[in-house]
Design a protein around this ligand. Structure first.
Ligand code: ADP
Length: 624
């Protein structure tokens, strides 16, 4: 028995049971025609009507004798209209003959049959049905009748059709994917072959272009040779690289153009190369060749990942326009890529070599400079020695000259003073005046000579400090007292105040005296009224200050910064009004530096000046 799946499964089971029950009964037991069944018992009719399949009976010739109520419910056609062969009107025209012929078969030959056909439903739509029939003997004479059912199997049929269609589709897909697979396998094989070919080309080219020991032009010639060798059909090869400014391509290596006429312009240069340089690759194919234009040529850009587009690699064939085809371009591109790497390497090597050469040159230069420096050092040492010698000579000279100058000056000053003091009565007034002038000018001259000699000695480094411990308060008061007469003569007031816990300091006493004399003498010289205050204080425990303040003429703002310059006096009139060399403060400043002191000045014109000397309690050189 056939099993059907779908929405009729459970129903078909009950129908099958019914059919089996029918067929399993002895024919003799069903002696009444089905109509009699209907007539005979209403309960039996209700049972048949309750079956969801259409139940029918027919005679041996296929003429229907009974349909259950389900027929009418399903087709909308009354059962009476379906009897005999009326039911065939509801069967699809294409299936009528088949259905009719099936039921008319000689009954003895088949106890049952099944056939699929389309039955029109109430809605007018044909739906597939399965007709199942079994023979029954209706009387003792052996006249046969059919008892059967029509079961709606449209849902199952549609599912089956869909499945078949999907199976077909899957088969189709399987066939096409197998085809595609085969095709992609072929393509992959081709790609692999091409890759292998490229790899071999790269290896070969790498060997050919091995840059060790090659210079740049050798590399490019090797590249052109290798390209011709590797690409069958290539008669010539050009390597054109950009110039420094990248504005123009220049033939850097040419191979296979030996037969090209001298002086002829190569057509390639304008078209093929520049196009390849701009676009990355280009191809030229002409059906003819006049000897100037090749039959076929192609070019690719030589592009370095590091330095960008370097130039173009081109190949061509003069006669045969088919000697180079489109498949050659990828191989040429592979060669160009390797070429870019080799060019970069050789350029890098050349740069390094140039830098090495430059370094060598710089090294030579440095060596020469070192030699020169050494010579100059020797020269300087010699000059140092000479200077030292000169300084010694100068010192000797200064010693001598100071003695030679002071001796007559002392005589002039001494004798003129003697004349003025002891022999005044022998001299007339005019003579006294003249001797007085000799005395005063002699003193001035001696002062000047002393200053100049002092300054020269300091400048030439011949001055040496004589360090000792002494009482600073005592020194300051002593120097101030030296100017007592002048202060009185000028009707000035001078005060000295000392604020020291410890009065002793360590330094060069006579040099400090010299500085103090200069500062106090200037204060007295440039003050006409008012006072001069000298003050000694402790700045810190190890640092002291001596201030000389006056209420004199003061120093202008413009001159104040130059106060310690040598031979400088405030103005021309000052030098005439106030005697002096203009060296006192310069000498003082030089001495101050030697003595680990500092000196500064503050002043206001016509108000007075303040000179401040800062000195250590103990000079550092001693400790050192
Ligand atoms: P000299 O006094 O011999 O000219 P100095 O070097 O001692 O040389 O002084 C330089 C100049 O500085 C002086 O000529 C003067 O113009 C100015 N000067 C120095 N001390 C004072 C001061 N106390 N008041 C005004 N001017 C001064």
């Amino acid at each position: 028995m056939t099993d059907y799946y779908g929405n009729h499964f459970s129903l078909s089971t009950s129908r099958s049971n019914f059919a089996e029950a029918q067929t399993s009964q002895d024919a003799a037991e069903i002696t009444d025609p089905p109509r009699g069944v209907c007539d005979g018992g209403r309960q039996y009719d209700r049972l048949l009507d309750a079956i969801p399949d259409i139940v029918w009976t027919a005679n041996a010739g296929g003429s229907a004798t009974y349909f259950s109520q389900r027929w009418e419910d399903y087709t909308g056609i009354p059962v009476s209209a379906a009897l005999d062969f009326g039911y065939l009107a509801q069967v699809h025209p294409d299936d009528r003959d088949r259905l009719g012929a099936r039921s008319q078969l000689i009954v003895s030959q088949q106890p049952s049959y099944e056939i699929e056909f389309r039955l029109r439903a109430r809605s007018g739509i044909y739906r597939w049905h399965l007709a199942r029939a079994s023979r029954v003997n209706t009387d003792s004479e052996g006249v046969l009748e059919w008892v059967g059912t029509y079961t709606d199997i449209d849902g199952f049929k549609q599912t089956q059709d869909r499945l078949e269609a999907e199976t077909d589709l899957l088969h189709g897909l399987a066939r096409s994917s197998a085809r595609e697979k085969a095709e992609s396998l072929r393509a992959a094989k081709k790609v692999r072959e091409a890759q292998q070919q490229h790899l071999q080309a790269v290896e070969r080219l790498t060997n050919l272009l091995n840059p060790r020991g090659q210079n740049f032009s050798e590399l490019l010639s090797a590249l052109a040779d290798a390209t011709i060798e590797m690409i069958a059909g290539a008669q010539f090869c050009l390597v054109a690289l950009t110039e420094c400014d990248r504005s123009r391509l220049k033939f850097s290596a040419v191979r296979g153009l030996e037969n090209f006429g001298a002086g002829k312009r190569l057509y390639l240069q304008d078209k093929l190369l520049s196009e390849a340089f701009v676009t990355g690759s280009s191809q030229l194919s002409l059906p003819y060749s006049d000897g100037e234009v090749p039959g076929v040529a192609c070019a690719v850009a030589i592009e370095s990942p590091q330095t960008g587009r370097l130039g173009v690699l081109a190949i061509g064939n003069w006669q045969d326009s088919k000697a180079i085809d489109a498949e050659t371009l990828p191989l040429l591109a592979v060669i160009a890529r390797q070429a870019a790497i080799a060019i970069d390497s050789v350029r890098a090597i050349e740069t390094v070599k140039k830098q090495e050469q430059l370094l060598d040159l710089q090294k030579d230069l440095l060596l020469r400079q070192q030699e020169e420096l050494q010579n100059q050092r020797c020269l300087l040492q010699q000059q140092d020695l000479q200077l030292l010698e000169a300084a010694q000579l100068k010192s000797q000279f200064l010693g001598t000259i100071s003695h030679e100058l002071r001796t007559p000056m002392n005589a002039i000053i001494g004798f003129s003073e003697l004349l003025l003091r002891q022999h005044q009565q022998l001299l007339t007034t005019q003579q006294k005046d003249l001797v007085g002038r000799i005395f005063q000018n002699g003193k001035n001259l001696l002062l000047l000579i002393n200053d100049i000699l002092d300054f020269s000695k300091i400048e030439s480094g011949c001055t040496e400090l004589e360090i000792e411990e002494f009482d600073l308060a005592h020194l300051v008061i002593d120097v101030a007292l030296e100017f007592g007469n002048q202060v009185t003569e000028k009707n000035l007031v001078m005060s000295v105040s000392v604020h020291l816990q410890h009065q002793f300091i360590v330094n060069d006493k006579s040099r400090l005296r010299q500085i103090l004399v200069n500062l106090i003498s200037n204060a007295v010289k440039f003050t006409h009224e008012g006072s001069i205050c000298i003050e000694v204080r402790e700045l810190r425990s190890d640092r002291l200050t001596i201030t000389v303040q006056d209420t004199g003429i003061g120093i202008s703002e413009t001159y104040l910064p130059h106060i310690f310059d040598k031979f400088r006096q405030a103005d021309q009139t000052t030098s005439r009004k106030y005697p002096g060399t203009g060296l006192g403060l310069a000498i003082s400043e030089s001495l101050v530096k030697m003595m680990d002191c500092t000196i500064s000045a503050e002043s206001q014109l016509e108000k007075g000046s303040t000179f401040r000397l800062e000195l250590p309690r103990q000079i550092q050189q001693i400790i050192a």
